[in-house]
Design a protein. Structure first.
Length: 476
């Protein structure tokens, strides 16, 4: 089955590509002209006021505009009505039934997915690649903001986490056999996946602390360890776990970890149960607590090579983190729409709610914050296109620190405008808030991102003769 209608077979081309010799090299976009312009301008993740800086051109490409408009129509005409029916079918399920799909749910979802495929709305997320639209990160940022307005839009178009990051890893560094077995069905939307990194007993926001061990015995890796909050592993459609393990404890700190493909049904993979998020188990997707008890996988399941886990993370974490922020812009827009709609539809003390207290200021601040976040996310996406994932990491850390916090505040004000109804099960605001609050921990807590950004700022002063305590307003 082709992943793009009446066009090239993306899966076939992905399977035919050889494994990358270097993940960092593979992560660089294929197009050289923007990078050449950036190099000529001596841009190295610095922050300047040059109006000719290529990083400041945040326009969507002409080729992506029709696709963007098509996505918006598809969400309104297909995804929204499907979602309403889908969630209604899943209401009231208890016990073990929560970890399966209600009769009719998958039929609805798969029907929308097939329609999206036929209309060419499929696999947008992978930049400059043959396995999808080949959009730039910048173009995808505009589209992802629309996907973020509906909880099923991303999956309907095969752009949902954690599959996006996992597919990017497999496309960039997988062997032909790994791509055939796992990337092909993922690109076709036939299975789901999970990324197993976070550990129960270690502060794994510092990946050097990952302690789940993998020891090579003969032709197999034997894995032992315990992880939790493994998102997506509860779904019966989840078939593969990309698992971060420690393979080389005596190597340099950044050469100790590796990533290994572990099929979920491998003997010894024990799913203890779901971890809750704000008292929700998010079944059937779930965030699972998993024990790896002498799990044996073939040595060929190693990704890229032993000790190259950090190298692979340069491929995965940049796009994955920014995709969350892109979708969060859409969530903020939806919350603002609901805030204004509620404020204009209810009256108290002789006035519309919108004009009571500081409500109109909250609306103003929300719009200002959304536009500021949008520009930041677009610039981070452009930096990834121009500089590459590794060199653009400061921009990614900036938006990851900024966006979930600000979106939380906007959703909180929308909840306040709705009164008690805002925290109920009826509008989506409570779930939206929980998701955004969780993103302040997912892919690294706020503090880690501020540390990276602040450390970079401090290092920009190293070697300067002037007093670094003095403020610097402009930089060239």
């Amino acid at each position: 089955m082709s992943t793009k209608p009446a066009a090239k077979s993306a899966v076939k081309k992905a399977a035919a590509k050889p494994a990358a010799k270097s993940a960092a090299k593979s992560a660089k976009p294929a197009k050289a002209s923007p990078k050449a312009a950036a190099k000529a301008a001596k841009i190295e993740s610095a922050f300047g006021m040059d109006p000719n800086d290529v990083l400041n051109d945040l326009r969507m490409s002409d080729k992506a505009v029709p696709l963007y408009e098509h996505v918006k129509r598809f969400i309104a005409e297909t995804v929204e009505p499907m979602s309403e029916k889908y969630f209604k079918l899943g209401e009231g399920r208890v016990g073990a039934d929560r970890w399966t799909y209600a009769p009719g749910q998958l039929e609805l979802l798969n029907g929308a997915k097939e329609k999206a495929k036929k209309e060419g709305l499929w696999n947008f997320f992978l930049p400059d690649a043959e396995t999808g639209e080949g959009l730039s990160n910048l173009d995808y940022a505009f589209i992802a903001a629309e996907l973020g307005k509906n909880p099923l839009a991303s999956e309907t178009m095969n752009c949902s986490a954690p599959d996006t990051g996992n597919m990017e890893v497999l496309e960039r560094v997988g062997t032909p056999a790994q791509k055939k077995q796992w990337l092909e069905p993922l690109l076709n939307g036939e299975i789901r996946s999970a990324y197993a990194m976070t550990e129960v007993h270690h502060a794994s926001s510092d990946a050097k602390n990952v302690a789940t061990s993998a020891v090579l015995k003969g032709n197999h890796w034997v894995i032992n360890g315990e992880k939790h909050y493994i998102s997506g592993a509860g779904s019966p459609r989840c078939k593969i776990l990309i698992t971060m393990v420690r393979t080389s404890p005596n190597a340099a700190p950044h050469k100790q970890q590796s990533m290994i493909l572990v099929p979920k049904d491998t003997p010894g993979v024990k799913i203890v149960g779901p971890m809750h998020v704000f008292s929700e188990d998010h079944a059937p997707h779930g965030h699972m607590h998993i024990i790896f008890d002498n799990v044996k996988v073939p040595k060929e399941n190693m990704l890229l090579g032993e000790g190259r886990g950090f190298e692979i993370s340069q491929v995965r974490l940049g796009p994955g983190r920014i995709h969350h922020c892109m979708r969060s812009i859409g969530a903020a827009e939806k919350a603002l729409d609901m805030m204004v709609g509620r404020g204009l539809s209810r009256e108290a003390f002789g006035k519309k709610l919108l004009w009571l207290g500081g409500n109109i200021e909250h609306v103003s601040r929300a719009r200002i914050e959304i536009e500021a976040m949008r520009l930041m996310v677009l610039k981070a996406a452009k930096a990834m296109d121009v500089l590459g994932n590794k060199e653009a990491r400061i921009w990614v850390h900036m938006v990851k620190a900024m966006v979930p916090e600000k979106v939380c505040q906007i959703i909180d004000q929308a909840i306040q405008m709705h009164g008690a109804l805002g925290v109920s099960q009826h509008p989506p605001l409570a779930k939206m808030y929980a998701q955004q609050r969780t993103l302040r921990l997912a892919d690294g807590p706020d503090e880690v991102h501020h540390l990276v950004v602040g450390r970079n700022e401090a290092r920009m002063y190293e070697g300067r003769e002037e007093d670094s305590s003095m403020p610097v307003v402009f930089r060239s």
